[in-house]
Design a protein around this ligand. Structure first.
Ligand SMILES: [Zn+2]
Ligand SMILES: [Zn+2]
Length: 155
């Protein structure tokens, strides 16, 4: 993909190699996208919504970044907000998604592999998603019970 380096104030560090990532401008249809690329491992950091623009496959991007549950299965820490991340799978491609900000970490080649999945028509596995949606519901229910309890003791 055509890309060039750009200067920008806010830089993130790659949480695999602990080096500053380069802001890289990617030409896409519409306004160009500025993403963070690690100069060492070539990993890519995408803020929320950017995967959709890069993949041009909303269904697959949503599958990977929406309703991702609450449990962290990834050892990685989000380069943007330092919160825990989860592993989301598109078939055999595993990507790290931040449970807090919804940003996505892609190792080298993973974007290309996701594009291939998209071309093949892969839209995600509804059974896997069901489990994570349940997890989110349980978490929300627990939180609302906790809030009710806290409200009671405040009174
Ligand atoms: Zn790196
Ligand atoms: Zn984050």
């Amino acid at each position: 993909m055509p890309s060039k380096k750009v200067d920008s104030e806010r830089k993130y560090e790659c949480h695999r190699c602990w080096v500053e990532m380069d802001k890289t401008e990617i030409e896409i249809f519409g306004p160009n996208l500025i993403i963070d690329v690690c100069p060492k491992c070539n990993g890519i950091w995408l803020d929320k919504g950017e995967l959709d623009k890069l993949l041009k496959d909303r269904k697959l991007a949503n599958y990977l970044t929406k309703h991702i549950g609450t449990k962290s299965k990834s050892p990685m820490i989000c380069p943007r907000c330092a919160m825990t991340m989860d592993i989301e799978k598109a078939d055999d491609v595993e990507v790290d998604v931040c449970l807090n900000c919804g940003g996505v970490w892609l190792d080298e080649c993973e974007l290309d592999r996701l594009k291939e999945k998209s071309k093949e028509g892969y839209k995600g596995d509804p059974l896997v998603k069901q489990e994570e949606i349940k997890e989110e519901k349980r978490f929300k229910a627990r939180n609302s019970r906790l809030n009710k309890f806290l409200n009671k003791i405040k009174k």
